[in-house]
Design a protein around this ligand. Structure first.
Ligand code: SAH
Ligand code: SF4
Ligand code: F3S
Length: 494
């Protein structure tokens, strides 16, 4: 376990161990040499900035990158005018890629001003050969490039990169390896993401993720439980179990176990108060899971259930493996069994071949399911996916029109859903001081809390409440959030 490893005791003059994670600890110890040299030459510790694009899985990976950088001796900073900057990239839609290229232009200027600066890129975008070609050609100032499969080797790659002036590129096609027990620097003291699985086997026809994240691999339940227990001992009260399709968790383990069974085990962890998970593929959501959620005192009343499209014809072309009717039936069953469950979704507009009628089907599902929130995306063509080769791409004008209609409907529906709880008292986990918002009495600061169903509530309070779960009265609904007040004196808070 990381806490027990003292990097000073590692002999860096011996050969590196072949076993993981020991090998990476060896390289962390070795990287400290570079940090020491830097400190001697500059009279200060070097700074490191990790910038994350993309989903919660990337955010978790970034915490691992920062954990390693801190173990080596870097001081973390949010400024990209740092001595080491790493972009953890996303490629799910083209605009994610464009943002990275845009910001690289700025980094280039920073590096001109500070030639000792090191720049690294990693994450999903790096798994695409066209991206690597472009970076080699037009962004030669980058020092280190690696992908999603060898991220656990970060310390080793960094060490090699420190020893060369040339651009170091190491991309793997796939891996079946899961390396446990590397350092992690968490962003929040009271909540944490936990990877329960990596990769995806679903190959939805529009999606690049299976190509850049590789095949589905589940972590051993024992390792997951051990990690959560350790986090709880450090003060974490809420965990988010992460996977591209958590409902298929455990199927490929030597001793198979279902996601519902894993949840039962996580529920037993003493001191843990809230459990969330993301993402649930509708085709794999079992009766057993609904039952476990229903019985649970800790699983939050929020289910993210991506629809993608409400048209059975489009769903088939998307390779989603459910029909409109099956989806509605599932959502209705969940609403029936667990009435206080918020359901949120992802929807894509403009998938190849989508007609006005198909869009009507999607709007129909939104009206029927009444989502508590929905993320709407314009279809983005990803080279290498089956959908990219489909001939009938939808004209931009039609996509925009459809997108605007959908957005208006999901916003109206979500507003209605959120407003349902006006006047009720519910428990909120206080997450941060609400910097942007002032209460009516501007002398009283506000803090931001999150309800079990994921709705945000601002209540008067100060930083001492952060990380606590307190009952709050939901006084005024402001569209997608509430203004309320704590019902208990904060001394009584848990
Ligand atoms: N594994 C998750 C989603 C991961 S990607 C799931 O199956 O739900 C997050 C969301 O991005 C997807 O739900 C989808 O709505 C959207 N998305 C993925 N590929 C896309 C593309 N090519 N164009 C537009 N949106 C896309
Ligand atoms: Fe992409 Fe589909 Fe896998 Fe989600 S389930 S990551 S949308 S391929
Ligand atoms: Fe993006 Fe990779 Fe996540 S492509 S959405 S960061 S898995």
């Amino acid at each position: 376990m990381y806490n027990e490893i003292d990097l000073h005791k590692i002999n860096i003059n011996s050969n590196p161990p072949t076993e993981e994670p020991s090998r990476q600890y060896y390289f962390m110890a070795k990287c400290r040499g570079w940090v020491k040299d830097f400190e001697e030459q500059n009279g200060r510790t070097p700074t490191a900035c990790v910038t994350t694009f993309g989903c919660q899985m990337n955010a978790r990976d970034s915490e691992k990158l920062l954990g390693i950088l801190e173990a080596i001796g870097f001081s973390p900073t949010d400024s990209e005018q740092a001595d080491f900057v790493i972009y953890n990239t996303c490629t799910v839609r083209d605009n994610a890629n464009q943002r990275v290229y845009g910001r690289l232009g700025v980094l280039k200027r920073y590096k001109k001003a500070n030639p000792r600066m090191k720049v690294a890129l990693c994450g999903c975008m790096m798994q695409e050969t066209t991206v690597i070609e472009k970076l080699k050609k037009s962004y030669s100032f980058i020092d280190l490039i690696f992908g999603t499969h060898n991220i656990y080797k970060f310390a080793e790659l960094l060490c090699t990169s420190f020893e060369t002036e040339r651009m170091l590129i190491d991309i793997w096609k796939d891996t079946d390896k899961i390396v446990e027990d590397l350092p992690v620097e968490r962003k929040y003291p009271y909540k944490s993401g936990i990877n329960i699985m990596f990769g995806c086997n679903n190959f939805c026809s529009y999606c690049i993720v299976p190509y850049v994240r590789g095949r589905e691999r589940s972590r051993e339940p024992g390792e997951i439980i051990r990690e959560i227990e350790r986090l709880v001992a450090e003060g974490v009260v809420e965990v988010m179990l992460l996977g591209q399709n958590v409902n298929s968790y455990g199927k490929n383990l030597d001793k198979p176990i279902t996601f519902a069974e894993l949840l039962r085990e996580v529920e037993k962890i003493e001191g843990l108060k809230r459990i969330r998970f993301m993402t649930s593929h509708p085709k794999d959501l079992s009766e057993e899971l609904i039952e476990v959620i229903k019985q649970s005192k800790k699983i939050c009343r929020h289910l993210h259930l991506p629809l993608q499209s409400g048209s059975t014809r489009i769903l088939e072309r998307m390779n989603r493996r459910y029909t409109k009717e099956q989806y509605i039936e599932l959502a209705e069953r969940i609403r029936r069994e667990i009435p206080d469950m918020a359901i949120t979704t992802d929807i894509i507009v403009g998938f190849p071949g989508e007609t006005e009628e198909d869009l009507e089907e999607t709007l129909d599902v939104v009206r029927k399911v009444k989502y508590d929130n929905a993320f709407t995306f314009i279809y983005s063509k990803r080279t290498g996916t089956p959908a990219a080769a489909m001939a009938d791409q939808v004209p931009e004008e039609q996509v925009k029109r459809g997108f605007d209609r959908l957005l208006k409907l999901v916003q109206d529906t979500a507003r209605e859903q959120v407003a349902k709880y006006q006047g009720q008292v519910m428990e909120a986990l206080i997450e941060e001081v609400a910097e942007e918002r002032q209460s009516d009495d501007s002398a009283v600061p506000l803090v931001t809390g999150r309800l079990s169903n994921n709705t945000i509530v601002h209540v008067p309070g100060d930083a001492s409440l952060i990380g606590k779960i307190v009952p709050v009265s939901l006084d005024e609904c402001h569209g997608f959030y509430y203004i309320g007040h704590c019902v208990l004196d904060k001394k009584d808070a848990e």
